[in-house]
Design a protein around this ligand. Structure first.
Ligand SMILES: Cc1cc2nc3c(=O)[nH]c(=O)nc-3n(C[C@H](O)[C@H](O)[C@H](O)COP(=O)(O)O)c2cc1C
Length: 224
């Protein structure tokens, strides 16, 4: 079992979001998962240029770290994504990655069957909306989300390991491992996946030429 953690804060080792993401991974690791922690600012990710080629060829033409990152995520069973709140939203750095999911990853539900968890921290406002946005993003890729940590953190520096927030992170790590092990179903999220497929069945069927790779993927999956 492999679980990737992706932190969208530019504060690297100082990041409180990152500390929580890492604690989720530590707990998952203690329960037997192999884990890998990544900082978004260590990756070269350029803006989506809306060329639309990914729909036709199945991958992004930009030569940066996006495709290698997605290969890692696709090879894994779980993904933890964290972001600090920057003016009621995820960070711009993380949004670059999210926008790039708008091609085959979302259209073809490439992360179907995987499990996720999200973390958002703020100075006191916007953490729930930001966590909800991250969850909705992961669910849109086909994943199911086992839970979230959304916290308006006041303290600077390292959080004590026995603080309630760190305990929540430890529990979330365990929930993630259990969900992966037992292929847990979250019926409301499965319903969202069904609704997505209903809507996109029409969209994809209208785009056989322009979105040829995605059209073929849907055909092979028997979704058309
Ligand atoms: C550019 C910027 C925008 C921010 N916007 C908000 C905000 O809208 N609401 C809020 O409560 N905190 C805001 N904050 C504070 C961060 O969300 C908060 O300090 C967070 O815990 C930092 O996480 P990190 O340590 O993982 O980077 C902002 C911080 C920065 C640098």
């Amino acid at each position: 079992m492999k679980i990737i953690g992706l932190n969208g804060s530019p504060r690297k080792s100082q990041s409180r979001t990152g500390q929580l993401v890492q604690e989720i991974l530590n707990s998952a690791g203690a329960a037997g998962a192999e884990t890998e922690y990544l900082n978004i600012t260590d990756l070269k990710l350029d803006f989506c240029i809306a060329c639309g080629k990914c729909h036709h060829i199945g991958y992004c033409i930009l030569k940066d770290d996006f495709e290698p990152l997605m290969e890692k995520i696709i090879a894994a069973d779980g993904l933890v994504v964290g972001s600090p709140v920057y003016i009621y939203q995820i960070t711009a750095q993380l949004k670059v990655w999210v926008d790039r999911l708008g091609g085959p990853t979302i259209h073809c539900q490439k992360l179907l069957g995987k499990y996720g968890a999200v973390v958002s921290t703020s100075g006191g406002a916007g953490e729930n909306e930001t966590a909800q946005y991250l969850e909705a993003t992961l669910i849109n890729t086909g994943m199911q989300c086992v839970g979230r940590i959304a916290s308006g953190i006041e303290l600077d520096g390292l959080l004590p390991l026995d603080s309630p927030l760190m305990q929540n992170a430890q529990e979330l790590g365990l929930s993630l491992v259990r969900a992966i092990e037992h292929k847990q179903e979250f019926p409301e999220q499965t319903q969202v996946h069904h609704q997505f497929r209903e809507f996109f069945r029409y969209v994809i069927s209208q785009q056989q030429e322009a979105w040829n790779w995605e059209y073929k993927y849907w055909q092979e999956k028997g979704w058309l």
